[in-house]
Structure formats: C-alpha cells, structure tokens
Design a protein around this ligand. Structure first.
Ligand code: SF4
Length: 333
C-alpha cells in the first residue's frame, strides 16, 4: 500500500543458504514533495550497506531508474514482479526468491581477523576491559569473533583485563605470540607489555578484515596537522546509547583536543547518517564497524577519498594519539 513504509525498516532473518541476514524494507519510490525526497534520500543511503537488492517491480516508471542506481553501485539485483497472488507466494514466489538470492550472493573469501599474525599452538593474550562501557553479562562481538577464530586456529587464548595483564604475562613460560587489546586500553597495556612483544587491537583487526588498513594508517598522519577550530567527523556505523565515557563521543574528541591544544568542531554521524558532503571535514574517524558490512565501510572510505578527506578508524587513531602507531602490528592478509 503506498505510503505504508516511510523510513527503512530492518528485520533480522535467517535465510537458507545465506545464514543470518538483515532484511531492509525501504519506502516505495515516487512520492511527491519534500517528504518523498527525504524518503528517497534514506532509501538511497541503505544502498551503501546492501549486499543484494531485491527490486519489486510494480510497473512504476521509477523501476528502471532504481535498477540503474543499484547497478551503478555494483549491488547484485534480484528482480521480482510486483504484486504476486497470495497463493503463489509460498508455492513459487518465495522459494524462487530464496534460490535467486542464493545465486546472487557475492563470493565470500574466507577472512581471518587475525590475518596471518598467529597460527596453531600460539599463545595469544586478549586484554578485554569489562568496565562501564562493556555490555552487561557478555563480551562484545569483535572479542567473541576473535576468541572463536583463535580456537579454530588451534591457538591458546589467555584472557584478562588490563589490571590482570602483568599477572597473565608472569604466568606464561614464554612470551605470547601476540597481545590483542581493546584500543581504549592501549596506554595501560603499552606501559606493561615489553616493547618487543607484538601488540595490536580488536579494532585494528576489524579494519584489516573489512576496512582498508593502509588508508587508515596513512590518514592517521592528518591528526598531526589538525588545528584548533578544524572540523572532525566521528562516524559510527550503528546507533547506540552513548556512555559518559563513550569512545567516539568523549574519549577520542578529548584526546584530539588535548593534542591540538584547543577546541575542535566535532560532528557525530550515527548509523546511516553519514553526510553526503564530506569536504568541510579535515579528518574522518570511523568506528570499528563491528556490526557493519564490509561493503558499508568500503563505500565510506571511497567517498572520503573522492572528497579528498583523510579517513582513519578508532583503533588506529587511538594508537596514533597514544604515540604507539609504529609499535602496533597490523594483519598481513
Ligand atoms: S558498529 Fe561501531 S558504533 Fe556500533 S558498536 Fe560497533 S564499533 Fe561501536
């Protein structure tokens, strides 16, 4: 029914052959006026994070324009005739759609977050602060993913909080092959870990797996040339309720202000609200993107580079601001 959907509506769904997916229902197109333009803007913003698009063809003259938009963005498209009869839905339309989605699924190379840094039998120390920012009763997604990967690789993970790091190291009979910390604990960990022990962070591993670590590293140099009054964009890939010690809204801006010796104009863009015009910014700092798709992060990097604005991420920025960027190791593959 026209006008039923205004903002994109998201639903988590497990699809056979595809696994866990987020289904995003966008507004119908062609609505007139300012509201219609705003709906289109929000629908277009979802393209950046879309792995496969389903185009419900209704015979509307806009069908072909949207098909072209999706093709230009290199999103695989599954086309479905607009208004199937209800009895056909379960019998043919949905089974056909699932088959076509499976066929359109982008090739996925197996990706290792630890990217060649560790292998079978290596002891890896994980430093995971469970402070007020940590979710109640569980680990955050990147920590769970890294832990699982280490087990799959046959490594021996040793987990601790920053306060327990020295004791964890003392309990080992040899130096760990790698220490992976929450980026926010870089300063504490760096003060304890001997300088020749390899160190990285969960956010840096994420950047290696689905961002562009070289661009992030290169762009971090822009931190040194920031001046008071410059505009900095903090880009979060999801919306969340910020803590008083929020890394993107409080800690990084405060460290940047301290570094430049004055105030900065810091803008926060949460979820899909990544600005169309990036040119006013001197630097973009992207979050770790733990729940973002690789496609979304790469499209943001591309937009930033096209606008000539350096883009780094939380982990690399924190390493640079702590003065240990040269010390941290980055994934090799
Ligand atoms: S997607 Fe980004 S903002 Fe959201 S929880 Fe993960 S790192 Fe934080």
């Amino acid at each position: 029914m026209p006008g039923t959907t205004t903002d994109p509506v998201r639903k988590a769904i497990e699809l056979p052959g595809l696994g866990p997916c987020i289904l995003v229902d966008t507004a119908g197109y062609g609505d007139p006026g300012a509201l219609g333009a705003e709906r289109e803007r929000r629908s277009r913003a979802t393209i950046d994070a879309t792995d496969i698009a389903v185009l419900l063809r209704s015979g509307h003259p806009e069908d072909d324009r949207w098909l072209q938009l999706l093709k230009t963005a290199q999103v695989p498209v599954v086309e479905v005739p607009g208004r199937p009869l209800i009895p056909d839905l379960g019998n043919t339309v949905i089974p056909d759609l699932i088959r076509n989605l499976q066929a359109a699924r982008p090739d996925e190379k197996p990706r290792f977050l630890t990217g060649g840094l560790v292998g079978q039998g290596d002891v890896v120390v994980l430093v995971m602060p469970q402070d007020s920012e940590a979710p109640k009763g569980r680990l955050i997604l990147p920590q769970v993913q890294v832990l699982r990967e280490l087990l799959d690789l046959g490594c021996i993970p040793v987990c601790c909080q920053p306060e327990g790091l020295q004791r964890a190291l003392d309990s080992l009979s040899a130096p760990p092959s790698l220490t992976i910390t929450d980026s926010q604990a870089f300063a504490k960990v760096n003060a304890i870990l001997p300088a020749d022990y390899p160190l990285t962070s969960f956010s840096i591993l994420l950047a290696g797996a689905k961002g562009d670590i070289r661009t992030f590293r290169e762009s971090a140099k822009a931190i040194d040339s920031l001046k008071p009054g410059d505009r900095v964009l903090i880009a979060e890939a999801c919306t969340h309720v910020p803590d008083t010690e929020d890394i993107g809204r409080v800690k990084i801006p405060n460290l940047l202000r301290k570094k430049v010796g004055g105030d900065l104009a810091v803008t926060i863009a949460a979820g899909n609200d990544f600005p169309d015009d990036l040119t006013p910014y001197r630097l973009i700092i992207q979050c770790g993107g733990c729940v973002a798709t690789e496609r979304l992060l790469r499209s943001r990097i591309k937009k930033a580079l096209l606008a000539g604005v350096p883009i780094t991420n939380y982990g690399i920025a924190l390493a640079a601001l702590t003065g240990i960027l040269d010390r941290v190791v980055i994934p090799r593959s």
